[in-house]
Design a protein around this ligand. Structure first.
Ligand code: PFF
Length: 498
């Protein structure tokens, strides 16, 4: 008999942790822009369709699989068919790759937290970001040395991750009680500040004015699915790992619903914060809102700092609030990713959580320094693109097909229904077998065609081959090695019986 598996303190702790992993930078710097540029208020229609036909069904699948099999992704898939353990390691490997580059954004945020005290970006925030903070070189071929202050930011981030994960899910249960509500509270503070500024209402109007004609464009629908997918941290093994720390009798379906709705609600809410500030900035600069609208790192590290400098008072305070928000949003997504990977080692070889946290951080920290070198920004961009547009899409597609067709999916549904107050009907099986794989296949083919025809970001092919395909495929090889190494803890079969 294996020793008793660690468990969440409570159902609330599990839901908090799942929400913490889902709610991240994507909610603040990606959703508002995607919504605005894809039909404003009308975008909520494809967005909620995607949430209910793919997001929540997959969330239930992942949490449910982890809970039923009491294992993270590698051994959970291995319990369905032995060779699928290889696939499970590949999925977990993606999460390791994500956390290694995701920490870069946290490293930037630490530096900005410091600069926010004096608004050191002055009136040239873009030059400040790329030249002063990142010291960006000419291209991916010119890597150079890691940049000092960013190394400190990176080190702080990894130290925090280590401290949080060293006691396993028990400490995570406590930490998420702070890292989940705090950024929400801070967003609310920023919202009040934003809404009381002149021009805010113009920003909100741009954000929400519905353009229903855009809904006839199929690409908008794909965008909605892509956004849901990334935002709910699906296909990376995170939710399987977190689900595996639920008790054998725990309920899953309702928790998944709550997680999905809380995440999307936060995105919608963050849109008001971002667009009220953008409205104000446009007002100060005497331009239209679209001229100041950005997403991604440009929004967080260029546009928002500009708006902060323009505030009538307490600029340093609001600057600090904004970057603390980014840090607390990101940190729980980061440690969830690391946990998704390391849990496989605990399951298979019984490695202690402290040792796992220590060894992973000691290996990952030096690797992550690549992303804070002078050429690091380009590599960050390439790895991010390939993981999100190819790695996660392929993983999600395979996961649906594996569970939809190779696992006794009806029996699985009945199992979930027995433990939950919310009952799943046939629609769930339909979503897993046909709707989600269908949409993901279209996304994958569209992304592949685009990559073959135009490449990405003007980077040379060798760079995208190494950074993009290299990262995605490397885990195929490492996953194979991990799969073949003999196991020394108890096995579990596909019905979750030890
Ligand atoms: N869901 C996170 C966000 O919206 O920022 C990002 C993320 C975390 C994506 C974990 C994927 C993942 F596996």
């Amino acid at each position: 008999m294996a020793e008793a598996r660690e468990q969440w303190h409570s159902r609330a702790a599990f839901i908090m942790a799942a929400v913490g992993s889902a709610v991240g930078l994507g909610n603040v710097w990606r959703f508002p822009y995607v919504a605005y540029s894809s039909g404003g208020g009308a975008f909520l229609i494809p967005y909620f369709v995607a949430l209910f036909t793919a997001g929540i069904p997959l969330l239930i699948l992942e949490m449910g699989l982890g809970q039923r099999l009491q294992r993270g992704a590698p051994l959970a898939f291995g319990a369905i068919r032995k060779p699928l353990q290889w696939f499970g390691w590949w999925v977990a490997g993606l999460s390791a790759a994500i956390v290694i580059y995701y920490t870069t954004i946290l490293a930037w945020s630490w530096t900005y937290l410091w600069h926010a005290l004096t608004q050191a970006w002055g009136d040239q925030p873009e030059t400040f970001f790329f030249e002063t903070v990142l010291r960006r070189s000419e291209g991916p071929g010119e890597i150079g040395w890691p940049v000092g202050p960013l190394v400190i930011g990176m080190a702080l981030t990894w130290l925090l991750i280590y401290l949080i994960l060293r006691k396993g899910v028990r400490s995570v249960s406590k930490v998420v009680m702070v890292t989940v509500p705090l950024p929400m509270l801070l967003l609310a503070v920023l919202l009040v500040r934003g809404l009381t500024l002149p021009g805010a209402i113009d920003g909100i109007r741009y954000y929400l004015t519905p353009d229903f004609s855009m809904l006839t464009d199929w690409r908008i629908w794909l965008k909605a699915y892509g956004q849901i997918f990334f935002s709910l941290s699906l296909a990376s093994g995170v939710m399987i790992g977190y689900g595996s720390y639920l008790g054998k009798k725990a309920e899953v379906t309702n928790s998944a619903l709550i997680t999905g709705l809380a995440n999307c609600g936060t995105s919608f809410f963050a849109g008001f914060v971002v667009f009220s500030m953008l409205g104000y900035l446009a007002n100060v600069q005497g331009v239209a809102v679209p001229d100041v609208t950005t997403s991604g790192s440009g929004l967080a590290f260029v546009t928002f700092p500009t708006a902060i400098s323009q505030l009538p008072a307490l600029n340093a305070l609001f600057g600090v609030i904004f970057f603390v928000t980014l840090l607390t949003l990101g940190i729980d997504s980061a440690f969830a990713l690391q946990e998704a990977f390391t849990t496989g080692f605990h399951d298979k070889w019984g490695v202690h959580p402290e040792k796992l946290a220590r060894v992973f951080v000691l290996i990952a920290f030096p690797i992550s320094l690549i992303f804070v070198t002078r050429g690091g920004y380009f590599w960050f961009d390439i790895v991010d693109k390939w993981i999100c547009d190819f790695g996660l899409v392929i993983s999600g597609l395979a996961q649906c097909l594996i569970v939809g067709f190779l696992y006794r999916v009806r029996e699985f549904r009945d199992y979930l229904n027995e433990q939950s107050e919310v009952r799943l009907g046939n629609w769930w099986i339909w979503a897993l077998r046909y709707v989600t794989p269908g949409v993901l296949s279209v996304i994958l083919v569209a992304n592949l065609l685009e990559e073959i025809k135009v490449g990405y970001g003007g980077y040379p092919r060798w760079a995208t081959l190494i950074g993009g395909w290299g990262t995605v495929l490397l885990w195929g090889v490492l996953g194979f090695v991990l799969w073949r190494r003999p196991q020394n803890s108890d096995r579990v079969n596909a019905r979750g019986e030890d």
